[in-house]
Design a protein around this ligand. Sequence first.
Ligand code: ATP
Ligand code: MG
Length: 438
Amino acid sequence: MAILTKGPRGTQDVLPEESYKWKYLEKKVMDVVNLYGFREIRIPTFEHTELFNRSVGDTTDVVQKEMYTFTDKGGRSITLRPEGTAGTLRSAIEHGLLGDALPLKVAYLLSAFRYEKPQAGRLREFHQFGVELLGTPSPAADVEVISMVAQLFGELGIEARLEINSIGCPTCRAKYQQALREHFSARKEELCDSCKDRLERNPLRLLDCKSPVCQEIGQGAPVMLDFLCEECAEHFGQVKARLDEVEIPYVINPKIVRGLDYYVKTVFEFISDQIGAQSTICGGGRYDGLIQQLGGPDLPGIGFAMGLERILMTLEASGFRFPEEKECSAYIGSIGDKASAKAALLTGQLRKEGFRAECDTMGRSVKAQMKYANKLGARFSMIIGDSELEQGTAKLKKMADGSVIDIRLDAARNEPGNLVKAIFDDRLQEVASALKTE
Ligand code: ATP
Ligand code: MG
């Protein structure tokens, strides 16, 4: 029966006591992207498998080992998206968004699926925030998206190291791949099985193999930066100069090759030292040529994606204080059916005014209801019973100091003794005294 009561490996539930952190983060990222003129796009969870084969690339780990692919009842090969760029470009092409109004700037928040070995910071269903800036080859675009990440991390107090590299274009990369093949072939027998395979198909990936032997062999490997053609070298030079100009610190890491095939020229990662081995919290790069490869116009593009689970881990590790959820303004308890109906009515009035309020739905004793009001952290509480109904008044207790205000159960909205007014006045007083002490 465990299969019914335990979620699949590599999935995670976001429980009620955690979900406000997600909501906070999601709003924060969308607020920052709006400042940069990006607008949200929402794309399907699954696409035709071919889309990922073409874009992410046949030779990548993602396509070869990690995709959730199935045949649907109509006989089509369908894949749960392993990332957001392919679907976003497909959508932009399909809906003609790449016409005159360039650049196109879109952002997304989505779940992605990869059949990986689950561990801290590595899930099979995970969540990404990403952006795509389409239609401009300029280094200014590269620096604009990097600046946006830097601003977001700054606002969240995340300390992450920016590492950049250029992996050139298909022309200059071909020469580099040949040089890498020569370097690694010298000790081919010692390479891990995956890397023996990569040697022919995708030698760049040898550089980020995790096996100690492959890493050791990779130590003296040639670096892409020495092979850049004039255009790619010039582009990379401008990216660096502009980063200096806007005072964003970076280090050049010639080992960054990125796991997806579509990248050219600039690639970058933001690394956090606070969350262990899965330390890349954001990865991105330029992908000129990809839009055309997917059947769209010949337009360049650049983007990034960050893993929200890893961002949250970083925030937790740095002791980030998430703003609290809306506090409970009042608990309106009751004894008996009639009083319960009255309590529901008053609670409803408070809610319509935008206050969080709660009443009894469990038929609990007065004592248990007061305990519950305490647990909720309600600012005020009130209990209505037969005698309160008879008198038409009840006592509203301020939980912090035990002081009591008389409430008239039938008072109109603006009259003294009205419940909403009492709570509203208290809030006003509190704001006023907070302003005074500032
Ligand atoms: P990694 O180095 O972790 O394998 P990647 O190069 O496969 O990352 P991308 O495809 O560029 O990652 O995805 C962008 C970001 O999404 C990563 O930097 C990471 O923060 C996050 N991410 C990728 N795969 C996972 C996963 N399986 N679980 C959680 N987050 C992930
Ligand atoms: Mg990966």
